[in-house]
Write a protein that binds this ligand. Structure first.
Ligand code: SF4
Ligand code: SF4
Length: 207
């Protein structure tokens, strides 16, 4: 049960590159999904001739199901440089993990609303922070993959790649650095301005 809002068009445009495959998740749209704004933006991209395909489905947070239903779209995804995902943060993380060599872009911010997320159990977690950072972090959530929810890089306490707070888990920021390095996109992080987290977006009460 997640609430999403479209990021500003210029923010999405700055994150995408080349040809684009669009993936919409309507699994939780009865809660709040910016369907009309998303449709209008996708129509703009289509008119520009950069869209290789658009697919709308439900519950992309279920990776087993998603890998099956995306099979007919393999050629369109292959032809795209960017997969642009209109979903909550869980869905974007699921797609990013499924296509580690692709640029996967979050089109939405996810806001907090108590309740379940998608179809449990889920491999990825979104704390519904209201200003999704996944476009800076290779699709790995810094809020949930880092024990301190740091948004500007690692704390320096990791030992042999493991988190100093929870030695049973891999340091989320080392994972982010490895992912961005593999994508040849470490500059996304190094050239980004310092991120100041806006805690007022943590829940809708403050909006
Ligand atoms: S950065 Fe993480 S917690 Fe924030 S909206 Fe994105 S996936 Fe959710
Ligand atoms: S060791 Fe890594 S995951 Fe753990 S708190 Fe520090 S930066 Fe975050």
């Amino acid at each position: 049960m997640l609430i999403t809002e479209l990021k500003a068009n210029e923010v999405i445009r700055a994150a995408i590159s080349g040809k684009v495959f669009v993936l919409n998740c309507h699994g939780c749209r009865e809660i709040r999904f910016p369907e009309h704004e998303a449709d209008a933006f996708q129509a703009e991209l289509t008119a520009e001739g950069i869209v290789t395909g658009i697919f709308t489905t439900e519950y992309i947070c279920n990776d087993e199901n998603l890998s099956v239903i995306l099979q007919p779209h393999a050629a369109a995804i292959q032809a795209a440089d960017t997969i642009l995902v209109f979903s909550c943060g869980v869905g974007v993380q699921t797609v990013a993990a499924m296509y580690p060599g692709k640029r996967v872009v979050a089109a939405c911010d996810t806001y907090a609303l108590p309740g379940f997320q998608g179809v449990t159990p889920l491999e990825h977690d979104c704390k519904q922070c209201g200003e999704c950072y996944l476009n800076l972090t290779g699709g790995i959530c810094p809020i949930t993959a880092c024990s301190k929810s740091l948004v500007n890089g690692q704390c320096g306490g990791a030992k042999n790649g493991m988190c100093e707070v929870d030695p049973s888990m891999e340091c989320g920021w080392e994972r982010i650095q490895k992912k961005l390095t593999a994508l040849g996109r470490l500059d996304v992080l190094t050239k980004a301005p310092v991120q100041l987290r806006n805690y007022a977006t943590d829940d809708l009460v403050n909006k």
